[in-house]
Design a protein around this ligand. Sequence first.
Ligand SMILES: NC(=O)c1ccc[n+]([C@@H]2O[C@H](COP(=O)([O-])OP(=O)(O)OC[C@H]3O[C@@H](n4cnc5c(N)ncnc54)[C@H](O)[C@@H]3O)[C@@H](O)[C@H]2O)c1
Length: 325
Amino acid sequence: MEETKMATFRILDAAQTAEKLPFADLIEALRIGFSVGCQLPERHHHTMHRVGEPDATLLLMPAWTNPEDKAQYLGVKLVTVVPGNASRRLPGLVSTYMLYDGLTGEQLALMDGNTITGRRTVATSALAAKYLSRPESSRLLVIGAGRVGSLIPDAYRAVRPIQEVQVWDMNAEASNRMVENLRSNGVRAKVVNDLQTAVGHADIVSTATLSTEPIVKREWLRPGTHVDLIGGFTPKMREADDHTISIAKLYVDTPEALHEAGDLVQPRESGLISETSVLATLADLSRADRFARENSDTITCFKAVGSGLADLVAAKLVYRGMKEG
Ligand SMILES: NC(=O)c1ccc[n+]([C@@H]2O[C@H](COP(=O)([O-])OP(=O)(O)OC[C@H]3O[C@@H](n4cnc5c(N)ncnc54)[C@H](O)[C@@H]3O)[C@@H](O)[C@H]2O)c1
């Protein structure tokens, strides 16, 4: 019997992965992906003991398409977290995404996982903002000008008529670098030092920091602002204060946000909000517009902790783009 030809296997570096993930396409793919869902087993978490430096971690995050989906895919994000790399002046986190044919198990492509994570994260927030921010929102404030923060303006520009970007970071070098990059791409951008005034000026406030103290305060927000909290992923981390969380219309990417993110865990523990305070997940929003913003005065808040579903959606998009050439 003649042997069937195996699928072609490709390796894509960061630039090649990013090239296949234009934000407009990724946001639309995420809308479809969140409405359909996928299979997400629990992530694996392995500790690797080290001598003379902190333990390292290997994270395995699998996801695969629903059995009834027409095209079948299986993906695994592999993440190494090596705190000891700080002393070697090497990145502490390296991520790779492996995509397989979900039916046959053939390997299809190995992609840069950091790029998948960064782009799907800001695209997820932009998708939420499409439902939750005021349609005319043109003033964006980015708090945290790191790897994720610096991608926020491009993603938002795909869904809202952003005219002006303000950037605030506790590290002036990071905000200066981000603003320079934005300007060199023709975006009106500036570094801000007065956070209170900047928050009050913005239509959308998006945070991507590692903060454990609230940065965004309710008293600074004007009516109609959309607050997008990307950074905090443990119960100890905070980006918005209790008052913001208690008055805002709350939305999450997935229900896990309620159990993992300090911005929701802490106000829940103190009784300020309950599980029912969250009005919808991104799956709800993507399936039906009825949960979206209803008037121009509401303060909305979207809290994301990230999802293997979004990784799989992005990896599928990269692979399809790769096949098209
Ligand atoms: N929601 C998600 O799906 C998702 C996905 C990826 C990353 N993240 C999270 O987003 C955050 C940012 O990730 P990154 O890869 O851009 O990190 P990064 O280290 O590249 O950038 C973080 C930036 O935030 C700044 N910062 C840190 N603490 C701050 C504070 N208290 N106040 C102001 N600025 C502060 C730093 O100076 C830095 O410029 C992390 O918490 C990360 O875990 C979330």
